[in-house]
Design a protein around this ligand. Sequence first.
Ligand code: GDP
Length: 445
Amino acid sequence: MFETLSGRFSGVFDKLRGRGALSEADVAEAMREVRLAMLDADVALPVVKDFVNKVRERAVGQEVLDSISPGQAVAKIVNDALIDALGGAGAVPLNLNNAAPIPILMVGLQGSGKTTTSGKIALRLQTRERRRVLLASLDVQRPAAQLQLQQLAERARVASLPIVPGQTPVQIAQRAIETGRREGFDVVILDTAGRLSIDEALMEEVRQIRAATNPAETLLVVDAMTGQDAVNTAKAFNEAVGVSGVVMTRMDGDARGGAALSMRAITGAPIKLTGSGEKLEALEEFHPERVAGRILGLGDIAGLVEKASETLDHEESEKLALKMLRGKFDLDDYASQLRQIQKMGSIGGILDMLPGMGKLKGQLDESKLDTSVFKRHQAIISSMTKQERRTPDIIKASRKKRIAAGSGATVQEVNRLLKQFDDMSTMMKRINKLGAKGLMRQGLS
Ligand code: GDP
């Protein structure tokens, strides 16, 4: 996400940084480019105007123009303005302080990802916050909707309200809260029906459910890919029913990111969470300062470390690290490492979080950043014998043919895997020699 902005902004700042002194004309020129970049990224016009004015005002001050590295000073001002536009520093957490069962109302248009997001939030609250969650679908419009939520709940191993045909949305909501109270649930997530577009009947239904349940959160789910429409939808929902927070889905698909930048100013509602994929784990807190860092190509190391610590199996990584240190890294370990990288999501997503990688990513072929190659490698490794995995050196032509046939791969693919393993082993040896400090230097230089 934000590739459009990130690429253009880095061009602007590279130019500014190259100068020892800045004139007002230089700043004006940079601001023109910033303005165009934001408009191309689909940021709402009033937000762009306000942003550029704020930055220009501060950037033409004498302090900045006289500073030793004016380009850097302007970048800092832009960074601060981005954080402001994104909603200010720090993530805004879900309000879960009320007495149990805490109702969370999910609203939004059909297809925005509302049901999926309900499942994601349920899974997150249950695994991270140890809350007992009950999921309930109030969608009586689409016949399959309640069933869809029930299946999602099973996938997330979260309880769902039994389906009783013929009830109205308000009746289902009340039954959900009663069940929550009776059975000791901490949180009850109410997934309302969506419509293809905003209509009064939808808003009235949401208002009635709200009045009947008094939710701690009314979360609006919007599709980031719809750009300005996402912002207009949020505005309409906020005016009609009032929302306490926004969840933006499909952040994985939106290269522009304009909706994220316009949301706060246009609707007043904070983005609380973002969805970045179809998997139930693909839900992130929205940290404006980290997102600003990504846009400016400063990376999001905090996010990366968090993601790694959440998704990786510590015991497995420790065992691996130990083996590497002893120089006993074999193909079984390689397969285990592939599994761990896969858990972290797409390689592209990981590159996004590394400082200075935005540009590199642009130069790489996105399709090659696909983790499916890891799945192929795992398949190939699993058709090797134990001995072959332990001592890959014995894998010569006839063994390669057998392994390729067994895993539906070509001999070339087997060769590529062995080469990659070899490269990795060489790298391990080098890292061992350098020690941890050397590794940091090497990685960051
Ligand atoms: P609803 O009609 O609003 O309840 O939408 P659904 O939850 O049924 O989602 C519609 C489609 O969007 C499904 O195929 C989901 O898997 C997909 N989806 C939901 N959230 C995300 C996301 O963050 N990223 C991507 N790529 N797909 C998503």
